[in-house]
Write a protein that binds this ligand. Structure first.
Ligand code: PMP
Length: 384
């Protein structure tokens, strides 16, 4: 079986498993305990705060570990909206955010907040003119993803942050997909809140962090003990945090650039292989070096997503029909709908292929051959 669904999740790297095993087998202490065992655990926690902080050029005290990006997004949105409601009740986001952003926003709308959903173009990118038109003196929060999980588009975060420099609105960025591939500096950019998840970068599942700029004041989402400097209650998951830190140490700025270049090459190769095999396809979104190159979304006219994905699965290829989070629901992709309109045939006939650090050129040529065979069969069935 060949795994090409790395935007859904990634396999854990060997140093990650080693770090976690050590923590599980030996250093089992509660990081809040003051005895030797607790201090051992606390050292791991402190080191991990530093590793995360370094990776985005923040301070260790600005990092709060969470159970993943879902919790970080829920916290950044719900808690800040509630804390700042007296300043205004308007929030700006995009039409193509992850459900862990869209659902908390929908709940806030029920409570009387107003949310502007910025549209995207056929490349999956918002326009700054739309953003400027939406921003007003009631806006308290702007929540925009750095890069999209279904099509890999990258949003103009720097330009948005610049526009918010003298504005009351806080800027939250869901960097779940982008963090493993793009190098950025949250302070230099002017980002107030940022969400990250470990399992997208060969780390463990169920762990992530929320960066919250020093000075932002809002209450914790999970209430209870005084862990994480009173910002997130609950005994810290030290094995997962140690694994997360090991994963982050692997993605040096050079490694991120190398992966971006490698994935861009794989994308070019796949387009070429598909074309040579005579496959009729169109790319959903843009093929550009500065996109998130691990995500590749294509339209295969006449081949239903479901048929193509299940046939590829039988042939030994794990790809996705959209995002894993909505795969079970048979709902049409809200991302492709926002890009192409709800009548577009692309919505039921597209495939997301996502590369990982271990993906090879051979995997890609095998995949192209399989797609060619299956699409010929599916299209013949239609014709017949
Ligand atoms: N945001 C984006 C853009 C994602 O791709 C994901 C994972 N599919 C999440 C948030 C949720 O992350 P987690 O699995 O850590 O809850």
């Amino acid at each position: 079986h060949i795994y090409l669904d790395n935007a859904a999740t990634t396999p854990m790297a060997k140093p990650v498993i080693d770090a976690m095993t050590t923590q599980m087998a030996e250093d089992f202490g509660n990081a809040s305990s003051t005895h030797w065992f607790g201090r051992q655990a606390h050292t791991v926690l402190d080191d991990a705060h530093q590793v995360m902080a370094n990776s985005i050029h923040a301070k260790p005290t600005e990092i709060v570990f969470t159970s993943g990006a879902t919790e970080a997004n829920n916290t950044a949105i719900t808690q800040t909206a509630h804390a700042r409601a007296a300043l205004g009740k308007h929030i700006i986001t995009t039409a193509i955010e992850h459900p862990s952003v869209l659902k908390p926003l929908a709940a806030l709308e029920q409570e009387g907040f107003t949310v502007t959903y910025l549209p995207v173009d056929e490349n999956g990118v918002i326009s700054l003119a739309d953003f400027d038109a939406a921003l007003d003196d009631q806006t308290i929060l702007v929540t925009i993803m750095m890069g999209n999980n279904e099509v890999g588009s990258v949003m103009p975060i720097a330009a948005i942050a610049e526009r918010l420099a003298d504005h009351q609105a806080w800027l939250h960025v869901d960097a779940t997909q982008a963090y493993g591939l793009l190098e950025f500096d949250v302070h230099a950019l002017g980002i107030d809140l940022l969400s990250v998840s470990a399992h997208k970068l060969n780390g463990p599942k169920g762990i992530g962090f929320l960066y919250r700029r020093e000075g932002l004041n809002f209450p914790p989402f999970l209430k209870g003990g005084e862990q994480e400097m009173k910002r997130r209650a609950g005994t810290e998951n030290i094995p997962a945090i140690a694994g997360f830190a090991a994963a982050v140490k692997l993605i040096t700025p050079q490694e991120k650039a190398d992966r971006q270049a490698k994935y861009y090459g794989l994308k070019q190769q796949l387009m070429q292989d598909l074309a040579i095999s005579g496959v009729d396809f169109k790319v959903n979104g843009q093929v550009a070096l500065d996109n998130l190159n691990h995500v590749f979304n294509i339209w295969l006219p006449g081949c239903s997503t479901y048929a193509m994905q299940t046939n590829l699965d039988l042939a030994g290829f794990a790809v996705s029909g959209g995002s894993a989070c909505t795969a079970g629901s048979l709902e049409p992709s809200h991302v492709l709908t926002a890009m192409f309109g709800k009548e577009s045939p692309r919505i039921g006939e597209s495939l997301r292929i996502s590369f990982g650090k271990d993906t090879t050129a051979l995997d890609i040529s095998k995949l192209a051959t399989a797609i060619a065979k299956i699409s010929t069969r599916l299209l013949a069935k239609h014709a017949g």
